[in-house]
Design a protein around this ligand. Structure first.
Ligand SMILES: *Cc1c(COP(=O)(O)O)cnc(C)c1O
Length: 443
């Protein structure tokens, strides 16, 4: 399989180059040159197939020129010591819990697979790389955990001093080893600017192999398709069931920000899995639902909400979605239904589910849950909906507590992190101080 840019202004690339490059040279995002057909592989999956087996079979089927069957199994076994869980919340909605990984959010799946794939390819060449990334708090921890102790890779994470929550800071600064936390005297925008400048700096480029692991990376996108297939297989009694529709429409609901997660779901469907539709659930940062109803895409500055991992005003994966639907009869709107949930509705949904079902939802998952409810009420009463739970409720404890007046339990692995000692290096907000750190440690 080879990959090309959504902007079509550069040649094709293999998977290995695509994941180390991140962005395609023309500024576009990598996407398959021709859509794979995985029907043969899908037809073997049933509810008894394990998540790792599904992941490994799909990895090999998609990347067989670069990753053998045995290596695919090894990569996926190391990447996924955690599993998704699917639990019904009522007759028609099931919650796909994607928060059982190390950082308690779904981004663990993409980051962990990318880390293992990079280790695999670097081992082949016996070279080292540095992952350089800026975080405003939440997304950095999935990357830090995923790359911790990965051979031939160092991780350097920049975060704004004093502007991330105590729990987020501990998640970034207590791993040690090959994970280096830089506390920048400045804002998140400063951190991002410094990372961008470092990637453009010819001296650093000459001395070091710098690479990024941000969410547009193809190596984070592909593995996010595995749990859609696994979840869909949970209702497959017999081989072949994944390819067939039946009287009950099956729909996935995806709480979305940058739209990587939804794009991965669309891929799993394009490769041959039967699905009747997707719901794109957003908070008031609603450029995609707006596009789905008006046909006009208007990126704008993001607005702050209580589901802040979805506060994205210009979702980068829209470019991939547009590409995937460019020749599809009926367009994107025939497969994806958009809905927009306000903060008031989100907290009301958290409270409602807690009081009715004695169950906690994090604010992002609550957006998905409410969008699913509304879909059943207004679009299709018969549907069976799988709603993705993108984060553990304990990760957003303050919001959940304000909504329910009780505090959700913190997962054991986050509790443990709070007790560890912080190790970080304070630097000022200039490229000079970042370069000095990198040269001193890695050149
Ligand atoms: C990143 C994130 C999202 C949004 O996912 P996208 O792939 O960017 O659409 C939703 N919920 C949580 C908890 C996240 O961390």
């Amino acid at each position: 399989m080879s990959f090309i840019s959504t902007r079509g202004k550069c040649g094709s690339s293999n998977f290995r180059n695509a994941i180390f490059q991140g962005l395609a040279p023309d500024g576009g995002l990598y996407i398959e040159e021709t859509v794979s057909d995985l029907k043969d592989v899908y037809s073997r999956f049933t509810k008894d197939t394990s998540f790792v087996d599904i992941a490994a079979d799909m990895t090999h089927a998609l990347l067989k020129e670069e990753i053998s069957k045995d290596d695919a199994k090894a990569i996926c076994s190391s990447a996924f010591p955690f599993n998704p869980e699917l639990n019904p919340i009522d007759e028609q909605i099931s919650i796909l819990e994607l928060y059982h990984g190390p950082s308690c959010a779904f981004k663990d799946y993409g980051a962990s697979f990318l880390a293992q794939a990079m280790e695999y390819f670097l081992g082949e060449r016996d070279s080292r790389a540095i992952i350089l990334t800026a975080t405003s708090g939440d997304t950095g921890s999935a990357v830090a955990q995923a790359f911790h102790n990965v051979k031939n890779i160092d991780v350097v994470i920049l975060y704004p001093k004093g502007r991330v929550s105590p729990l987020q800071e501990k998640q970034l600064t207590t791993l040690g080893g090959n994970v280096h936390a830089l506390e920048v005297e400045g804002s998140f925008d400063d951190c991002q600017r410094m990372v961008k400048e470092a990637f453009m700096d010819t001296m650093l480029q000459k001395e070091l192999t710098l690479t990024s692991a941000n969410s547009i990376n193809l190596g984070r996108l592909l593995p996010q398709s595995f749990y859609y297939v696994w979840a869909r297989a949970q209702s497959a009694e017999n081989p072949g069931d994944l390819l067939e529709g039946n009287k009950v429409p099956r729909v996935f609901c995806v709480p979305s920000g940058n739209f990587g997660n939804l794009t991965a779901g669309i891929l799993s469907w394009k490769w041959g899995m039967h699905v009747d539709g997707f719901i794109a659930a957003t908070n008031i940062n609603d450029v995609v639902p707006e596009y789905l109803s008006s046909g006009i895409f208007t990126p704008r500055p993001s607005r702050h909400t209580c589901s802040n991992a979805m506060d994205v005003g210009n979702p980068s994966n829209f470019e991939r979605l547009e590409y995937l639907f460019r020749n599809f009869p009926g367009g994107m709107g025939s497969m994806i239904h958009g809905d927009v949930i306000t903060d008031e509705e989100t907290t009301a949904a958290i409270a409602h589910v807690f009081h009715q079902k004695n169950q906690y939802l994090d604010p992002h998952t609550a957006v998905g849950y409410l969008a699913s409810k509304r879909y059943l009420a207004s679009r299709d009463q018969r549907a069976q909906i799988i709603t993705l739970a993108t984060a553990h409720p304990g990760k957003f404890g303050e919001i959940v507590e304000a909504a329910t007046r009780t505090s959700p339990p913190l997962p054991v692995r986050l509790e443990a992190v709070l007790k560890k000692d912080k190790i970080s290096t304070v630097i000022n907000n200039s490229l000079g101080s970042l370069s000095a750190f990198l040269m001193e440690h890695f050149a």
